[in-house]
Design a binder for this molecule. Sequence first.
Ligand SMILES: [Zn+2]
Length: 418
Amino acid sequence: MLTALKGNILEALSPDILGVHPNSYLVLENGAVVGIYPDLPENMAEASVEDYGDALILQSFADMHLHGPQYEFMGTGMDKPLLQWLESYAFPTEERYADPAYARDHYRILAEDLIRNGTTRVAMFSSLHTDSTLILMEELEKAGVTGYVGKVNMDRNAPPYLCETTEESEQETLRWLEASKAFTLVKPILTPRFAPSCTERLLAFLGRLKAERDLPVQSHLSENLGEIALVGELFPDCRQYWEVYDKYGLFDGRTLMAHCVHSDERERAAMKLRGVHPVHCASSNNSLMSGISPVAQMLREGQSVCLGSDVSGGTTLSMLRTMANSICAAKDRGSMMQDTAQVISIEQAYYMATSAGQSFMGYKTGFTAGERLHAVVLDDTGLPKLPNITLRERLIRAVYRLDDRHIRAVYSEGVRRL
Ligand SMILES: [Zn+2]
């Protein structure tokens, strides 16, 4: 069946190239993209057209780093320093996800809110609880959110109520991987919480699993200076933080590394060489006073940088806000260094929020023929009608001024979900 969306179509073809199609048709066959046309071709004349008028049709968003159990207290305790915040909110909340019924209620809300915000692709941390992790995968798939979810591994340096023995962690990971086969749109991703929370035996186990089953990996890297010092103490044979993951085979083209705020030239070169994807989380870096990531530098070096909301170190689920925060953070870094080369463009922000995540998941960039539609329709027509405003300018303005209330439709896997 042929269908088409009509409106102003914007696609992130590369970090520097914005595909702009004013007042055009995005034609689909059974939910898969056929192409973008200024006029409906004659042989497609029977397509049923959803006309969005002057609205913006964007790729939907890929949030490549967030913590599912933390969503419920997002924004709470933001006046506390990191350790107090973890002890008062993050850890006690995560413990409640030992209860599958509790997890079900909260994960259903998260899944619906993701779709409401136009996020159809994620890479998400669950907690260490296997059954609740499976419930998270189920609720995401039901709502139309695709991507990856990880059962967290932690067998040291965690509060006693959130710490597994190494054997438990290994066995539960295997049980979770087996049960994950039930899902088609949400896949498992190995998730050592971060190097300090895993023993070398557990990291070695995860590295073997990754190699045997060709699994992706997500973790944290060089988020703050205290953490980097701790890694140095726990892994004295590794010269730099990344070498811990690398030593255990957890650092390659199928790896997401959140933050990379303090990754120096050597660490960035290692990521580039191995094809690791850094995930920039500007809101969280600000809230937890981690520092400001050299994101413009990473993009210049050709790294495939993605964006993450990092809920709930980050304080918004909206990827529009996350893009704006990234642009602001890059300017703050530019101000501090008195260096305009630290600034990022709207093309780069939009690419990081969409196509970068898509490509981690094995898809091409932009709206590619043959791939099932992931799109969001943003209605900016209530904003002032400026003379001669371009679609590129409307995109920047939309990123800064619009939120979920302006989202008219969301498509995931070719199906309208909102
Ligand atoms: Zn995180």
